[in-house]
Design a binder for this molecule. Structure first.
Ligand SMILES: Cc1cc2nc3c(=O)[nH]c(=O)nc-3n(C[C@H](O)[C@H](O)[C@H](O)COP(=O)(O)OP(=O)(O)OC[C@H]3O[C@@H](n4cnc5c(N)ncnc54)[C@H](O)[C@@H]3O)c2cc1C
Length: 597
């Protein structure tokens, strides 16, 4: 049975971006949120370290410095108009959340506390600056809870555990989505004037990842299947400090509080790679340095991991060597109790998952797939754009990790994603409601669920005997090995080939559960199809880009090439073919320079 609904604005995704969009859209239009997860289980809730805003609560800071650091961190691939907008909006939006009741950690005199994070600097002294606003190491959790409460108060309609499988369009205008209700297996058609995608990232493409199981690239895959390109898919960030083998994240906030990375010889190797900011260089720089150390045999006991050391004696030793001072000019010193107050969850994770007490022992870490810089192309108003001329697709919006605005360019700075979801989530909500006010409902096609049924029936009826877990494992390992921190032509070619082969085999995947209620077997198989689409496009885009920039580090093209490659990739998935085009980067006042940390 197919059920029909109508809402002026439909938001797909109930993470930080979706909820912020819902809050603002619901002030001007009838708004509903669809989420495959219960809203407060969204990955935003896992964000630990903080949200960036140049409040200058502890030391001098400026919005302009934040913008320049972001442009530089992005390795000059970020669109500077959008970056300047985001960094300027950061300050009022953090105060807005404070006024909604978000329990930020505080300075002794009651202002919002701030900590250091990679790549965020005082542009005059070049030293790390305290710019990350945090609620202990549960910042994302607090953002999600605060926004969810506000949405409930604003009477937003929530369709929880509704998995969206298709975007509906008419004459090039978005007019709804199709979802399956997990509890019943029923299909639902949602007719809308405006649709916002806020479905998060796709880190489950890689073997070792910090990302939630739900990070399967649904939004990018669904829109690509409807002819919308994906932007900058070759840029995927590896975070330096994942728990060894598991990939669970240890926030950069640990290094912000003074933790250091050590190799098997006990050396603080970041001094060699980034002499000024050391452990607080941007993530691409630190992840590459770690891989080089491991490759040189400098891993712990020669193995493929390193140590993150936040024992108070280590922190205090290096703080003294660095001459690090508190805002009052006193030397920086920490105790175990203070660290416990600042990063309680991290200490708990280390104890639970590694049986390591980080106050007494160093933590074993390795780089972990973390963040999708690429995604659905949008302009700075969260409107989806569909070609190299930035032509807007009416009625369609995207915000958060699924979108590519692009404020993160080739590499995102820590704390800038929580900021991105707030600023562009708000923008998406405002714009979608405004558009809906002036628009009519566009008629639906005669059989709006046809494409969804076709996809599900193929999976349910296949008797090919291929298994979801086997294909998924093969994809993850190949992508980790050949489209990971370092990339070379031969590896990427074989990855592309492998993804094509896996997409063929995927047609023979069979699903054991033939039932209707909570058929997660079926939906996992459907999600694997999204991951394979995303993995294929990622490897094709990466192979095409013959330079190294930000997170895209090629062994065969080790230098950044601004003359030929300072441009965004656009990729269309047309059956098995990936068509590429490029569009220019918006430059306002920051001309590309060599990055020095
Ligand atoms: C462990 C971890 C720590 C992080 N720490 C920080 C940090 O300290 N600071 C920082 O700035 N960034 C951090 N990040 C990044 C940041 O948290 C995320 O990029 C951001 O929260 C993403 O928000 P979102 O709203 O785009 O997506 P999410 O919060 O993931 O929400 C996605 C939503 O989409 C829904 N959805 C997805 N697919 C479908 C579908 N097909 N149908 C229906 N619903 C769907 C999901 O149910 C979910 O509600 C961290 C990320 C991780 C993984």
């Amino acid at each position: 049975m197919v059920q029909h609904h109508q809402h002026e604005v439909i938001i797909v995704g109930a993470g930080g971006a979706g909820l912020m969009a819902a809050l603002y859209a619901s002030r001007g239009a009838d708004t509903a949120v669809l989420s495959k997860l219960y809203p407060t289980r969204s990955h935003t809730g896992a964000a630990q370290g903080g949200v960036g805003a140049a409040l200058g609560n502890l030391e001098p800071d400026k919005t302009d410095w934040h913008a320049f650091d972001t442009v530089k961190g992005a390795d000059y691939l970020g669109d500077q108009d959008a970056i300047e907008f985001m960094c300027a909006e950061a300050v009022p939006i953090v105060y807005e959340l404070e006024h909604m009741g978000l329990p930020f950690s505080r300075t002794p005199d009651g202002r919002i506390a701030q900590r250091r994070f990679g790549g965020h600097t005082n542009n005059e002294t070049k030293q790390p600056v305290m710019r990350a606003c945090y609620a202990a190491d549960r910042t994302g959790h607090m953002i999600l809870q605060t926004l969810y409460q506000q949405c409930i108060k604003n009477k937003v309609h929530f369709y929880d555990e509704f998995h969206v499988l298709d975007l509906l369009t008419r004459d090039g205008v978005a007019n709804g989505v199709v979802a399956v209700e997990l509890a019943t297996g029923d299909l639902h058609v949602f007719h809308a004037k405006a649709v916002v995608f806020a479905t998060g990232g796709h880190g489950r493409v890689w073997e070792v990842t910090s990302n939630a199981y739900a990070y399967t690239g649904d939004g990018v895959a669904i829109t690509m299947r409807r002819g919308i390109p994906a932007e900058d898919m070759e840029f995927f960030q590896f975070h330096p400090t994942g728990i060894r083998r598991m990939g669970i994240l240890i926030t950069e906030g640990v290094r912000g509080e003074g933790g250091v990375l050590l190799n098997g010889k006990g050396e603080r190797f970041m001094e060699r790679y980034a002499p000024t900011v050391k452990d607080l260089a941007s993530r691409d720089v630190v992840s590459r340095a770690m891989n080089l150390e491991i490759k040189a045999g400098n891993g712990i006991d020669g193995k493929r991991y390193l140590h993150l050391d936040m024992r108070p004696e280590t922190v205090n030793k290096y703080a003294e060597l660095d001459g690090r001072k508190n805002p009052d000019g006193q030397p920086y010193r920490v105790t175990g109790e203070q660290l416990l107050a600042k990063v309680p969850d991290i200490i708990d994770f280390a104890r639970t998952y590694m049986n390591v007490d980080p106050i007494k022992e160093p933590m074993p870490v390795q780089p972990t797939a973390h963040y999708a810089m690429g995604g659905i192309p949008t302009n700075m108003h969260a409107e989806v754009v569909i070609d190299s001329k930035n032509t807007v697709m009416p009625g369609l919006y995207a915000a958060g990790e699924v979108a590519c605005v692009s404020v993160h360019g080739a590499n995102r700075l820590g704390t800038n994603s929580l900021l991105d979801i707030l600023v562009f989530g708000k923008e998406a909500g405002l714009r979608a409601a405004e558009y809906a006010k002036g628009a009519q409902y566009k008629a639906l096609d005669d059989d709006p669920t046809a494409f969804t049924r076709e996809q599900l029936n193929r999976l349910l009826k296949s008797t090919g005997g291929e298994k979801v877990v086997t294909i998924s494992e093969e994809m993850k390992i190949k992508m980790m090995d050949d489209v990971g921190v370092f990339r070379g032509e031969a590896g990427m070619r074989s990855a592309e080939q492998k993804m094509r082969e896996l997409r063929e085999r995927y047609k023979k995947v069979s699903v054991e559960d033939q039932g209707r209620k909570f058929n997660t077997d079926l939906l996992n198989a459907w999600e694997l199809g999204c991951l394979l689409d995303v993995a294929l496009v990622t490897s094709v885009c990466a192979l095409a880009r013959q330079e190294s920039r930000g997170a895209h580090a090629r062994e065969d093209f080790p230098k950044r090439d601004d003359a030929n490659w300072m441009k965004h990739t656009l990729a269309w998935l047309e059956g098995d073919h990936v068509r590429l085009d490029y569009k220019s980067v918006a430059v306002t006042k920051y001309q590309p320079m060599v990055r020095v940390y």
